[in-house]
Design a protein around this ligand. Sequence first.
Ligand SMILES: Nc1ncnc2c1ncn2[C@@H]1O[C@H](COP(=O)(O)OP(=O)(O)O)[C@@H](O)[C@H]1O
Ligand SMILES: [Mg+2]
Length: 359
Amino acid sequence: MLPKQKPLYNHATLDTFFLGPTIGKGTFAKVKFARCLMTKKRFAIKILKKSQSNFSQKLFLEEVAHLGLIQHKSVPACFRYYESVQYIKKNGQSYEVAAIVMEYMPNGDLFSYIQLGGGLHEDVARTCFRTLIETMEDVHNKGVAHRDLKPENLFFDEEFNMKIGDFGLAARFKNEKGLIPLYGEFGTKIFMAPEISVKSAHNGERVDIFSCGVVLFAMVVGVPPFNSANAKEDFLYNLIANKNFDAFWEFFEIRLKMNLSEEVKDLINAMISCIPYERPTIQQIKGHLWYNGPVLNSEGMKEALGGLKEKIDAEYWKERKQQKEAKEKAKAEMMMLLMMQKQQYMKMPLAFTGVQLKK
Ligand SMILES: Nc1ncnc2c1ncn2[C@@H]1O[C@H](COP(=O)(O)OP(=O)(O)O)[C@@H](O)[C@H]1O
Ligand SMILES: [Mg+2]
């Protein structure tokens, strides 16, 4: 922490930006709403404290490098990177941070919609899925694998166009010389391909296709398909690994009283196969019957998701109010405790305290 300084504004600031509420928190970084002091335009700023580990600093830097390489209409634009800048809080406290200034995605992430509204209509899901697949095709063509595709990392812009964010775990999986095998256990268990969990070398494209299959499942069903793609430990993934698809789907359809098209189930079954080379390629996904069904335009997406967005915002503000109240209550209790201690102290004979107390 840097020494406290007198804040110039009644807002937290970072260079020429006012910082608003935190809109998302990840493992290492925080994403804050921001407004440019000069242009008044909105941004999202991803902030990483310089006091965080070297490993997280390295990932942050790599994320910037990947964003620079990708630059795609369906990936939130990255406008500026600060390797080191002062983040001055409203109370004057300041920290040294690294920061990425990004395009603000006002309609939040896909996770909030699924969490609140359950499974999406297949046409809505297809609209999002097509953007996901087409974007990943371009990202893969640039030699980058995302490795953390999940609903929390898929955002919506003003017009409800979906964009793929959080390239914090991305990696180069091919260059001019050919494929680069990837190692290491990265990502989020539920969306992680089985070959990653067993710590073997993995193919960047195929692990992303697996995650896209799990995302598609979560979109149409409203819950994830399993806890982890481990056929030994997870009985639902065991059904997939043994190609016992009827029993797998029955498990969800009976409990959730839902009826999905055979085509979407067929596509998901193939994408979440435990054998990497059995998963369809992006070209094969694009040729699938379900993929080529109807999609919605921006108006249709607004109609489908706009109502949920209002509820998501109401929940967000309710939660923030509760957090603020809990913080204030804890502060009041602490003050009370300190007052009581001070009173007790003042009752003591001065000989014990050794100090002159002001009343
Ligand atoms: N450009 C953005 N606009 C609006 N919200 C965002 C943006 N980027 C991230 N967020 C929010 O912040 C959360 C965390 O950001 P993310 O980039 O996924 O960081 P992490 O690597 O910490 O998971 C996201 O799930 C999302 O809710
Ligand atoms: Mg994330």
